[in-house]
Design a protein around this ligand. Structure first.
Ligand code: BEZ
Length: 235
């Protein structure tokens, strides 16, 4: 039988819809998460070491993501009972890098049919025909995919970077700015490009005292850390 080719979702697309069974009960995605950011991520297999280190790290940071209005949803092509057994083992037996007694409270989707994994391009046969790669989809409160990151089976993700990317996108939206390389709250942000020769000249003439221009097309301004945190984390 001919394999149906499904186009991978891209940045700017609506998050593909699905219903699924999870370790926290059934979900209707992304409808159940309307008004919230979601990180939908896949992992290759339950009871594997890299995935275990990732789940312990993500579960430990869940409150931090929650405070940024972001829910976590995991997926692998294992079944529900395997998921339950693995999460129980993590809680009861695994100590790693100072983390212990870690309870994974976010939903983990069972996807034995690979239906969801295929819909989201998480199956990459060159890497593995039977396991999902480590994909991360950032989906905004309107259900739009805003960023996608992929890692191979052999490399665990950097969860500080996932958090940094989330806060950076939320800040970019809130202040209509863009974020330079390695941006962190408190660093300068990039103001939208000059839309006319007049604005380009004004910027280079230093008319706006809050804006620093390295050249007419590359101008930055300060947004202090407290302002970012108050706006994004409501702190
Ligand atoms: C792991 O999570 O350790 C793993 C999973 C699949 C392939 C290789 C490593």
């Amino acid at each position: 039988m001919e394999e149906k080719i499904v186009a991978m979702p891209r940045i700017g697309d609506k998050a593909p819809e699905f219903t699924a069974v999870t370790t926290q009960g059934p979900i209707n995605f992304p409808k159940d998460y309307s008004g919230k950011w979601v990180i939908l991520f896949s992992h290759p297999a339950d009871f594997t070491p890299v995935c275990t280190s990732e789940f312990m790290t993500f579960a430990t940071m869940e409150k931090q993501f929650e405070e940024a209005n972001c829910k976590l949803v995991g997926l692998s092509v294992d079944g529900l009972f395997s998921h339950i057994a693995w999460l129980r083992t993590i809680k009861e037996k695994i100590q790693y890098k100072g983390m212990k007694d870690v309870e994974v409270k976010f939903p983990l989707i069972e996807d034995i049919t690979m239906e969801v994994a295929k819909k989201y391009g998480m199956m990459q046969p060159g890497e593995s025909a039977t396991k999902a790669v480590r994909a991360v989809f950032f989906i905004d409160p309107k259900g739009i995919i805003r960023a996608i990151i992929y890692y191979p089976l052999s490399l665990g993700r950097n969860f500080d970077e996932l958090y940094r990317a989330l806060i950076a996108m939320q800040t970019a939206d809130a202040f209509n700015v863009a974020m330079p390389a390695d941006w962190r709250p408190g660093d300068e942000v990039i103001v939208p490009p000059a839309g006319s020769c007049g604005v380009a000249k004004e910027r280079m003439d230093g008319k706006d005292k809050d804006v620093t221009c390295h050249d007419w097309f590359f101008c930055t301004k300060k947004i202090d850390k407290d302002t970012v945190l108050k706006t994004v984390l409501k702190k």
